[in-house]
Write a protein that binds this ligand. Structure first.
Ligand code: FMN
Length: 165
């Protein structure tokens, strides 16, 4: 059986996910990337993973900085997701164009205002996997707030209904 990338993407699109912005500090500037290949890995120690395409600028930044943030987006942050999904974005226009504002953690990692959750991550290992790298990181701190998530399903953004049934 020869499975095409289109069929693979259709199948994966049936798996609804949240949406995150990976944030890295670049000498005082914020670099962000939209990512939904994010998963919890271990409770002891506290580990998560993100999968990043070799061609993404973030790929080199994660290897170099070895520290990053994962910001879980709220349902009203779709424009921020679209902004950080563009390879050509000048990341310094994030506040004026889509209202993305950041504070810094005590490690200097950018933390996005209004996100549903923030995880402060320290890279512990990497695994090459086809055209992506799996970055496994220890979670050193979290911030959690109330609200509804931004979802991604069948290639489009969605929001959660008021009730599950
Ligand atoms: C909803 C959504 C989820 C995405 N998830 C990932 C992901 O998990 N890994 C990845 O490498 N790219 C993912 N992308 C694509 C990147 O956001 C995109 O290639 C981005 O331009 C890379 O930015 P950079 O070159 O500044 O690192 C996703 C895009 C969207 C819209």
């Amino acid at each position: 059986m020869s499975l095409s990338q289109i069929e693979f993407r259709r199948a994966m699109g049936q798996f609804a996910t949240g949406v995150t912005i990976l944030t890295v500090d670049l000498e005082g500037a914020v670099h962000g990337m939209t990512a939904n290949a994010f998963a919890s890995v271990s409770l002891d120690p506290l580990l998560v993973l993100v999968c990043v395409d070799h061609s993404a600028r973030t790929h080199a930044h994660l290897h170099a900085k070895k520290r990053f943030g994962i910001n879980v987006l709220c349902e009203n942050q779709r424009a921020i997701s679209e902004y950080y999904a563009q390879a050509v974005s000048a990341n310094d226009e994030a506040e004026t164009r889509v209202g993305a504002r950041f504070e810094r953690t005590r490690h200097g990692t950018p933390i996005l205002h209004g996100a549903l959750a923030y995880l402060e991550c320290r890279l512990v290992s990497t695994q090459e996997a086809g055209d992506h790298t799996i970055f496994i990181a220890e979670v050193e701190d979290v911030v959690v707030r109330d609200g509804k998530p931004l979802l991604f399903f069948r290639g489009d953004y969605r929001s959660i209904g008021d009730s599950a049934f």
